[in-house]
Ligand binder design. Sequence first.
Ligand SMILES: Cc1cc2nc3c(=O)[nH]c(=O)nc-3n(C[C@H](O)[C@H](O)[C@H](O)COP(=O)(O)O)c2cc1C
Length: 221
Amino acid sequence: MELMEAMKTRHSVRQYTDRPIPAEAAAALRAEIDACNRAGGLHIQLVTDEPAAFGGRMAHYGKFSNVRNYIALIGPKGQALDEKLGYYGERIALRAQQLGLNTCWVALTYSRGKSRCTVAPGEKLVCVLTVGYGSTQGVPHKSKPMDAVCRSDEPTPDWFRRGAEAALFAPTAMNQQKFLLTRTGEKVTAKATGGFYSKIDLGIVKYHFELGSGRDSSVWA
Ligand SMILES: Cc1cc2nc3c(=O)[nH]c(=O)nc-3n(C[C@H](O)[C@H](O)[C@H](O)COP(=O)(O)O)c2cc1C
């Protein structure tokens, strides 16, 4: 599955079947996580066969069921951490989708204290991604119109339009889509416009924009 297809078919999945993640898929996921950790100086970890983090009341109210695997998004504390984990976390989520697995970003509705991961001194567990075989493939989220999230003087080039379209497929906390992409010539400014977890959202959105537009990170002003 191409990354663009993975981006369009990924939807949050909160209910999972008992099917365990096969060894080859887990190895492929770990390879992607290792690459992201190296590139971003992060400490992201795959946790398998661990029902406790999603076994309590929070997860129940959040409509999660049978979550036994998750990816703990961890890195060194600092200003840039949320956005960076958004960017690399989404890269991992789309890799999982390519491997036939389903995911959901979770910042709130799980038990942070029960999660089995290693947070070294000076590091922070920001949020997790559930992962496994979903009972369904989820459903597409409602989306803002493109002109609500981007600014571009006419004529708008195709690459910017494709990037903005891809950004609207990005998962955001509570589906808030509180971001603004502004093009000035060949450069784009991406801004979080407030809301909970909007720095994480911004990292996710930037990863999608790069994929859709075909530009690399040098596109950011
Ligand atoms: C940073 C972030 C935090 C999230 N936290 C939660 C959460 O605590 N509980 C939950 O059920 N969903 C959570 N979500 C999932 C969003 O509700 C979901 O991504 C959004 O509604 C868009 O739907 P989609 O992922 O199907 O495209 C979170 C998403 C993001 C990006």
